[in-house]
Design a protein around this ligand. Structure first.
Ligand SMILES: Cc1ncc(COP(=O)(O)O)c(C=O)c1O
Length: 399
C-alpha cells in the first residue's frame, strides 16, 4: 500500500501555508512539483547557470546533470538514452514531428488520427492533408468516448504509415491498450505515435515494453518542470529527416528538437527519477513497481467519486464508470458552462477547472458544446481520501 504520508512529504505544496486547506483537483492541467526537482532547479540556478559542456567545473556539472536526466529517465522508461529528448512542450514536439513526416511521406499515403486526442496529437497530423496525405479518423463511441481497436483494424491497409492515438484522453480518462493498438499498427506496416501526457502522471510506463515508436509526455504534469519529453525509437529516428541544425542531425536526441533547450529544466528532470526511486526504496519495491502502487491508490479514491457523479441526473459522466481501467481524470458535462461551477467550487477550497481543455474534437464527437466545456476533477497518487471527501461534499452543494 502506498505510504501517503511519505508521498506528501515529498511535495512542498502540502506544507505551503497559502495552500493549506485547499484540495487540488486540476492535476491533469499541471501537477505539484516534487522536492527533488525544486532542489535541482535551485542548485542549477545557484551553482551551474552557465552554458553547459564547456571545459570549466560549473559548466561540466551543468552538462553532466542534463545528461544524467536523459540517461536516468530513459532507463526508467525502458529505452536507450539516445532515444529520449526534451522539447519545450508536447505540442511543440508533435509539431516538429509532423514537419519530419511531411517530408518522409508521399502523397497518397495515409495517417490515422483519432477524435479522442487532445489537439496536440491531432491537428499537426491533420494538416498534412495539405501535402496530399490522406487523413483517416478513428472515431470514438459518441456516448462513452471509448476507442475500439476493432474499428482501427478496418482503417488499416498498406497505405497507412502512422497511427496517432492517446494512451489516455484528457477528458475521457479511459486507458487505451497501447501494446495491442501498436501491434495492429505494426502488423499493417505503420508506425505508432502515442500521446502519453494524460497517462504518464499515473505511473511512468515501460515504453520499451509498450512497443510504440513515439511516446510523448509533459514533465510539468509528472511532478517536474515545464518540459516536453519525447521518446522516439531508433529505427524511426534514423529514418526521418533531420529537423535541427544540419550538423546536429546525426545526434538522435537533437534531431527533432530544434529549439535551444532550457538547460536548468532539463537537468531538473532528473529529480523526477530521484522521486520515483526514493518512493520505491521507501516502499521496498523496484522503481518499475511504483506505477502499480500509484494506480491502486488512485483506483481506491476514484470509485466513490465515480459512483457519486454517476448517481447525479444533472451531470453526464464521460468515460468508464468503473475506476479499474481509468486514470483519475474525471470529466462531467453539465447543463451549461462548466467554468462558473469550477469557480463556485473554489468557495469550498476545491481547485478544479471548467473548460474544453483543448479536447475540442472529443467533446464535439460526444455532442458537448466546447464553449460550455466540462467540469474536470483530476487527481494523482498524492491525493488523500479526505480531499476526495472535501470534493464530493462541495460537489453535493454545487451541482
Ligand atoms: C492529453 C494531452 N496531450 C497533450 C497536451 C499538450 O501538452 P503541452 O502543454 O506540453 O503542449 C496536453 C495538455 O494539457 C494534454 O492534456
Amino acid at each position: 500500500m502506498l505510504d501517503l504520508e511519505f508521498v506528501r512529504g515529498q511535495f512542498p505544496a502540502f506544507a505551503e501555508p497559502s495552500l493549506e486547506g485547499w484540495a487540488f483537483f486540476e492535476n491533469a492541467g499541471g501537477s505539484y512539483t516534487c522536492q527533488p526537482v525544486i532542489d535541482r532547479l535551485t542548485r542549477f540556478y545557484h551553482q551551474r547557470k552557465v552554458q553547459p559542456y564547456a571545459p570549466f567545473p560549473a559548466s561540466e556539472a551543468a552538462g553532466a546533470e542534463m545528461d544524467e536526466a536523459r540517461m536516468r529517465l530513459a532507463a526508467l522508461l525502458g529505452v536507450e538514452t539516445e532515444e529520449l529528448s526534451f522539447g519545450p512542450s508536447t505540442t511543440q514536439n508533435t509539431y516538429v514531428l509532423a514537419q519530419a513526416f511531411r517530408k518522409f511521406m508521399q502523397p497518397g499515403e495515409a495517417i490515422v488520427v483519432t477524435n479522442q486526442d487532445h489537439e496536440a496529437n491531432s491537428g499537426p497530423w491533420r494538416r498534412l492533408a495539405e501535402e496530399g496525405i490522406e487523413i483517416r479518423e478513428w472515431k470514438i463511441d459518441p456516448e462513452t468516448g471509448h476507442l475500439d481497436p476493432a474499428a482501427l483494424e478496418k482503417l488499416l491497409d498498406e497505405k497507412v504509415r502512422l497511427v496517432c492515438f492517446p494512451h489516455c484522453s484528457n477528458v475521457v480518462g479511459e486507458i487505451n491498450p497501447v501494446a495491442e493498438i501498436t501491434a495492429l499498427a505494426h502488423a499493417a506496416g505503420a508506425f505508432a505515435c502515442v500521446d502519453g501526457v494524460s497517462f504518464a502522471p499515473h505511473g511512468f510506463p515501460d515504453v520499451g515494453e509498450l512497443g510504440c515508436d513515439i511516446y510523448l509526455f509533459s514533465a510539468y504534469k509528472t511532478f517536474g518542470p515545464h518540459q516536453g519529453i519525447m521518446v522516439m525509437r531508433r529505427a524511426l529516428a534514423e529514418a526521418l529527416p533531420n529537423q535541427a541544425h544540419f550538423f546536429n542531425g546525426d545526434t538522435l536526441y537533437k534531431k527533432f528538437t530544434p529549439a535551444g533547450p532550457d538547460h536548468a529544466q532539463v537537468a531538473a528532470c532528473a529529480g523526477m527519477v530521484d522521486y520515483v526511486e526514493a518512493l520505491a526504496a521507501h516502499q521496498g519495491v523496484a522503481p518499475g513497481a511504483v506505477a502499480g502502487l500509484m494506480h491502486a491508490h488512485e483506483v481506491q479514491l476514484m470509485q466513490p467519486l465515480l459512483d457519486f457523479l454517476g448517481s447525479r441526473n444533472s451531470v453526464r459522466l464521460l468515460g468508464p464508470k468503473s475506476a479499474e481501467n481509468r486514470a483519475p481524470t474525471v470529466a462531467v458535462a453539465l447543463q451549461g458552462p462548466a467554468e462558473p461551477v469550477a469557480r463556485r467550487l473554489a468557495n469550498h477550497k476545491v481547485m478544479a477547472g471548467g473548460s474544453n481543455f483543448y479536447a475540442v474534437r472529443p467533446l464535439q464527437a460526444m455532442g458537448i458544446d466546447p464553449d460550455d466545456g466540462v467540469l474536470r476533477l483530476s487527481f494523482t497518487h498524492y491525493t488523500s481520501p479526505e480531499e476526495v471527501d472535501q470534493l464530493i461534499a462541495a460537489l453535493d452543494r454545487e451541482l
